[in-house]
Design a protein around this ligand. Structure first.
Ligand code: NAD
Ligand code: MG
Length: 397
């Protein structure tokens, strides 16, 4: 950033866990960053209070009725924010010339189109929304390349890997033997799998180490989050599926590791606080204050590691299966899992049935290969997979 010029930021999903953590970091650096646009799904009160603090030029809601309520409140308070609605408006604000960086923090495949718009517009794209990359795959990476965008990982594991690698990407393939993604194991890492049928949404959302949105919290409990992260890593670091391994590390202090060709292992450590990867994305290649606590080595418990237990986490192998399967398989897996998690959170599917929905949807849907050559096609495939998953859920009820 040149002296005096503040970087313009657009946050897609500003009312969520990543969105509010991003604003927390931005608030520490008013001289460096300026909030240009905020977007949210439904929560009018939360985004209104963000508009009071940040006075963005634009605020975008998912639907017109929420936007109408926000517009009226913004008018009454005399705020300078223009309120828009719908996915196309999210794409517009993610591509504005005064936006330098876009934080992709919408949950699920719904984030794909606005993230792609940011990629095509050549923005610095801070990607928390892993589902967008799981669905978009090669086409997403192609949009980043063609748009001249800078894609920086925000997922803590992928930020860790990125921090362990040199800036020059052309050296990555030569130096990496494989990577090891660490996994906390979630809230049920020590619970008897025979009792998994009785798990409630509240229990599944009470993560031991991280405070997160409800969907990713359930994914952490099933380890589908780690499965999505394996797929995410394949694209971010251009790795073969067999170059990606997972180890359970209950303390969440080592955020992931790179094992180099010479067997040297590089790890990134810190307290579990998403403001660290967010601050790194915002300031890269520099470093800025994040607000996170220091890691206190004198107080640290032992760092332990174990193998992911196949009976406890049956969905984890689906990552490698879908990466090796027909193109589009990862899109189908993601859609099935979004349907299954929503059904579980709505109380119409048991926790231990989530995996059956994912596996059955993959088995039942034969992918039309022509759908995998465009983003529009992938979104059609996503819709097809959701219909199949809905019927699997209905059959299990
Ligand atoms: P969250 O549920 O707390 O927030 C989601 C945000 O997206 C909210 O602002 C919501 O209003 C918005 N949103 C939801 N549906 C939408 C739709 N259809 N259209 C537009 N906006 C919509 O989720 P989160 O925990 O902040 O996670 C966001 C993303 O970041 C997810 O992809 C998650 O996997 C990833 N991530 C989160 C964490 C974490 O610590 N929370 C860590 C790593 C990665
Ligand atoms: Mg993660």
């Amino acid at each position: 950033a040149s002296a005096g010029h503040r970087q313009g930021v657009c946050i897609l999903g500003s009312t969520g866990s990543i969105g509010t953590n991003t604003l927390d970091v931005l608030a520490r650096h008013p001289d460096r960053f300026e909030v240009v646009a905020l977007t949210a799904g439904q929560r009018v009160d939360e985004i209104l209070s963000q508009c009071r603090t940040w006075k963005p030029r634009f605020a975008v809601m998912h639907d017109e009725s929420a936007a109408a309520r926000l517009r009226e409140a913004v008018r009454q308070e005399g705020l300078p924010t223009e309120v828009l609605a719908g996915p196309a408006a999210m794409e517009t604000v993610a591509s504005l010339p005064e936006v330098d960086m876009v934080m992709g923090a919408i949950v699920g495949a719904a984030g794909l189109s606005p993230c792609l718009a940011a990629a095509r517009a050549g923005k610095r794209l801070l990607l928390a929304n892993k589902e967008a990359l799981v669905v978009g795959g090669a086409l997403f990476m192609q949009a980043v390349e063609e748009g001249g965008a800078t894609l920086l990982p925000i997922d803590s594991e992928h930020s860790a890997i990125f921090q362990c690698l040199p800036e020059d990407r052309s050296t990555w393939a030569q130096r990496i033997d494989h990577i090891v993604l660490t996994a906390s194991g979630g809230p049920f890492r020590d619970r008897d799998p025979a009792t998994f049928a009785g798990i409630t949404p509240e229990q599944a959302c009470a993560h031991p180490n991280w405070v997160m949105g409800r969907k990713i919290s359930v994914d952490s409990a099933t380890m589908m989050n780690k499965a999505l992260e394996v797929i995410e890593a394949r694209w971010l670091f251009d790795l073969q599926p067999e170059q990606i391994r997972v180890v359970v590390h209950p303390q969440s202090i080592i955020h992931s590791m790179v094992v180099c060709r010479d067997r040297s292992v590089l790890a990134q450590l810190g307290t579990p606080d998403m403001r660290v990867p967010i601050a790194y994305g915002l300031s890269w290649p520099e470093r800025i204050e994040s607000g996170a606590d220091l890691l206190d080595f004198m107080q640290l418990q032992a760092l332990t590691f174990r193998e992911p237990d196949a009976a406890r986490y049956p969905g984890l192998p689906l990552a490698w299966d879908t990466l090796r399967g027909p193109e589009g398989s990862t899109c189908v897996l993601n859609a099935a899992n979004e349907v299954a998690v929503a059904a579980f959170l709505a109380g119409v599917l048991r926790f231990d049935q989530i995996h059956a929905v994912n596996a059955d949807t993959l088995a039942r849907l034969s992918i039309d290969a022509s759908l995998t050559t465009s983003v529009e096609g992938l979104l059609t495939l996503d819709a097809q997979a959701r219909r199949v998953a809905d019927s699997v859920v209905a059959g299990l009820r």
